[in-house]
Design a protein around this ligand. Structure first.
Ligand SMILES: [Zn+2]
Length: 329
């Protein structure tokens, strides 16, 4: 069989980094819905101290290792795609890596067709966000939620705000037991999931139902649409609560630091201007630039910077208003 044809795009579309990692027997642990991390498996990795430096975005599929030894070996690049990963593992060219992937996952076809030729798995691993184009309505609601739990006061969320969003400590049983639960609605206001934030040092910090597609919704969209055409976009729930509490009710949260196609469509559909208010840390900088680049062709977007090293939920209400409302001062 001829194997010189390399269909990079098809390989990239069909082989997730998780599948490639599995070929090498590398197991990473999940840190949130879209990221897994762990010890860097690359042979270029020389540092002994960076035990958790290898991070994979399982939604978009790039990987990074921020360890300086590893970055230097790649000529300053922090990471790459599945081809780059195998090329680094095997110390081979990108083309050789793609050929290897085609081979492993049954895509070696002399015609270079995009169809799978073999019996090996060619489907990307199950990702709840790809299991359809919507989240199903949740068939139950949690009761007994305590909106006056001290954790909320610690985070600066008033009881009024907590009640407005229906958040609080869930005292019942199950996966959300003892967590601060956050009801999540779709754009029609239908409850589709609860997120559970640990109210102490318990890991994971956030828990989402496994079938919930975070990238298919914008948190608070169903309420924000009633407050005008100029939307403030934040990363997290608590950023959203605080911006609302500061008197800026037209706010939505991405529930992460990436913007999906679906979320972009929702923003374009409902708003005419956007203010991007993301965390001001390293990850936030990169995310702001990427998200702004995605949004600008669709929606006039203003990127505002919170003070260095901080995130919107740590700001005073005056600071938030000052950043979000042009001409506030
Ligand atoms: Zn590394």
């Amino acid at each position: 069989m001829t194997r010189n044809w390399v269909d990079f795009r098809t390989v990239k579309a069909n082989v997730s980094i998780e599948m490639a990692l599995a070929q090498y027997g590398v197991m990473l642990h999940r840190v949130n819905r879209c990221h897994i991390r762990g010890r860097c498996p690359l042979p270029t990795h020389a540092s002994k101290n960076s035990g958790q430096s290898f991070i994979v975005n399982t939604q978009k599929n790039p990987w990074t290792c921020h360890s300086s030894s590893c970055v230097a070996a790649r000529g300053g690049r922090l990471g790459g795609n599945v081809h780059d990963f195998v090329a680094s593992m095997e110390n081979c060219s990108i083309r050789a890596a793609a050929l290897r992937l085609q081979d492993w996952f049954g895509m070696n076809s002399s015609l270079g067709s995009s169809g799978a030729a073999g019996h090996a798995p060619t489907e990307p691993p199950a990702d709840p966000s790809r299991n359809g184009d919507s989240n199903r309505p949740l068939p139950f609601t949690l009761t007994g939620i305590d909106s006056r739990h001290p954790y909320l006061a610690e985070r600066g969320v008033s009881p009024e705000t907590a009640q407005h969003f229906g958040i609080g400590l869930f005292p019942g049983k199950g996966s959300m037991a003892g967590r601060i639960v956050v009801p999540i609605h779709n754009e029609d206001g239908i409850l589709v999931a609860y997120a559970g934030r640990a109210s102490n040092q318990t890991e994971p910090k956030y828990r989402f139902p496994t079938r919930f597609g975070k990238s298919l919704v914008l948190f608070n969209l169903c309420r924000a649409v009633h407050h005008g055409k100029r939307v403030v976009i934040v990363e997290g729930f608590f950023d959203c609560f605080k911006v609302h509490q500061a008197g800026v009710p037209c706010v939505v949260a991405l529930m992460g630091c990436s913007l999906s196609r679906r979320q972009t469509d929702l923003l374009e559909q409902h708003f005419s201007k956007a203010v991007l208010l993301l965390d001001n840390d390293k990850a936030g900088h990169a995310a702001s630039a990427t998200i702004a680049a995605q949004l600008v062709p669709k929606l006039p977007t203003r990127l505002v910077r919170v003070p260095e090293g901080s995130q919107p939920d740590q700001l005073s209400e005056d600071q938030i208003r000052c950043l979000c409302i042009p001409g506030y001062f």
